[in-house]
Design a protein around this ligand. Structure first.
Ligand code: 5GP
Ligand code: MN
Ligand code: MN
Length: 314
C-alpha cells in the first residue's frame, strides 16, 4: 500500500488526533496544521491543533480556525500528526507520542515519526498534504484551501523560489477553484504591516555588513533594537530575505539576540547550500533557507566563525 493511503487509513482509524507543527511557526507550519482541521472535524474526529510557541504570529490570524490553536495538550491522544518540522525537538513536546506521523518537506528531516511522509522537492508542507488528500480523493473545502494556499505563498516567497513549478501552479489553481481569493490572502499577509516593524527594519539595515567580495552579508537584530522600536519577534521574519536581495549577495545571514544565544537565519540565492551551516550548529532547514541557534552571545565572534563557514559553501 502506498504511504498516502497508509497514512490516511491510520487517520481514519483514530479518534483523538493532535495536529502539531514546529515552534516559532511560519505560514506553512500553521497553514498546514489548520488545513486538516475542517477535514477531520467533518469526519467527526476530536481534533486538537497544538503549537508550543506563544504568542502566535499575528499576521497569520486570518487563517480559518486560527483561534482553535492551543498550547495545552489534551489528556487523550491516539494519533499525533506533525507538519513542517524537521526534527522531533522542534515540536516542543514533553515526550514521544504513542503514534506519530511526520509530514514534511525539509531535506534535513530526521524521520522521527512512526510513519514519515517527507517530500524534499515539495514547495511547502501544504503541498505534501494536498498530494495526500488528492491521492485519497478527499474533498477540499474553502477553509482548508485558504490554509494550504497561504502556506504555499509564504513558503515560496510568493511563487518566487526554485521550488515553484507547474505542479505548484496547478495546486494553486485548484485551491482557487475551491474558493480561495489570492488578493485576499495577499492583503492579509502583506498589507497589514506594523509601524514598529518598519522602524526595526531601519535600525537593522543600518548594521548590514558585506564580506567575501560582496557575496555574503550579515545583518543584526539586538534585544535593545526590539525594545526601542516596540517590535515583536515576527517583525524580524523578512529581514534576511531583503538582505539577500542585494545584487551581489549569494548568502545572507541574520543574527538575532535571544535568551539562549544568537539565532541565525541563513538564506542563499543561486548555488550555496546554507543547510550545511545550520546543521553544523544543531539546526536545519533547506538548501536556500536554514537556521540554528548558536549558544554564544558575542555577535562579532559568531560572525567571524560564520564567515569561514560561508567561504566553504561559496
Ligand atoms: P528561519 O531562518 O526563517 O527561522 O528558518 C528557515 C528554515 O530553517 C525553515 O525551514 C526552518 O524550519 C528551518 N530552521 C530555522 N531554525 C531552525 C532550527 O533551529 N532547527 C532546525 N532544525 N531548523 C530550523
Ligand atoms: Mn516552516
Ligand atoms: Mn515549510
Amino acid at each position: 500500500m502506498d504511504l498516502y493511503k497508509e497514512i490516511w487509513e491510520k487517520i481514519v482509524n483514530s479518534d483523538n488526533i493532535l495536529l502539531i507543527a514546529h515552534v516559532n511557526p511560519d505560514g506553512d507550519a500553521l497553514g498546514s496544521s489548520l488545513s486538516l482541521y475542517p477535514v477531520l472535524k467533518k469526519m467527526n474526529k476530536k481534533v486538537t491543533v497544538f503549537n508550543a510557541s506563544k504568542p502566535l504570529p499575528q499576521y497569520l490570524d486570518f487563517l480559518p480556525n486560527f483561534n482553535k490553536i492551543t498550547d495545552r495538550l489534551p489528556k487523550k491522544i491516539d494519533l499525533t500528526v506533525s507538519f513542517d518540522c524537521g526534527s522531533f525537538d522542534r515540536l516542543g513536546l514533553p515526550e514521544k507520542p504513542s503514534f506519530l506521523i511526520n509530514i514534511d518537506h525539509h531535506i534535513s528531516n530526521t524521520n522521527y515519526g512512526d510513519l514519515n511522509l517527507i517530500e524534499p522537492n515539495a514547495a511547502s508542507t501544504s503541498q505534501v498534504i494536498y498530494n495526500m488528500l488528492k491521492a485519497n480523493n478527499i474533498e477540499i473545502n474553502k477553509n482548508s484551501a485558504v490554509c494550504m494556499y497561504t502556506a504555499l505563498v509564504t513558503d515560496t516567497g510568493s511563487f518566487q523560489y526554485e521550488s515553484v513549478n507547474e505542479k505548484v501552479f496547478e495546486m494553486a489553481a485548484e485551491l482557487v477553484k475551491c474558493g480561495v481569493s489570492p488578493d485576499y490572502v495577499a492583503k492579509m499577509l502583506f498589507q497589514r504591516d506594523r509601524l514598529s516593524r518598519l522602524r526595526l527594519l531601519a535600525k537593522a539595515y543600518d548594521t548590514i555588513e558585506l564580506c567575501c567580495d560582496g557575496k555574503a552579508a550579515f545583518v543584526e537584530v539586538t534585544k535593545e533594537m526590539m525594545e526601542i522600536t516596540g517590535a515583536i519577534k515576527e517583525d524580524t521574519d523578512t529581514i534576511v530575505n531583503s538582505v539577500r536581495a542585494i545584487a551581489t549577495v549569494e548568502v545572507a545571514c541574520l543574527l538575532r539576540e535571544e535568551d539562549e544565544g544568537i539565532k541565525i537565519s541563513l538564506r542563499s540565492k543561486n548555488y550555496a547550500d546554507v543547510s550545511k551551516i545550520a546543521v553544523k550548529y544543531g539546526g536545519g532547514g533547506h538548501i536556500r533557507a536554514a537556521g540554528a541557534t548558536v549558544r554564544e552571545f558575542d555577535f562579532q565572534k559568531v560572525k567571524e566563525i560564520l564567515k569561514n563557514d560561508i567561504k566553504e559553501i561559496l
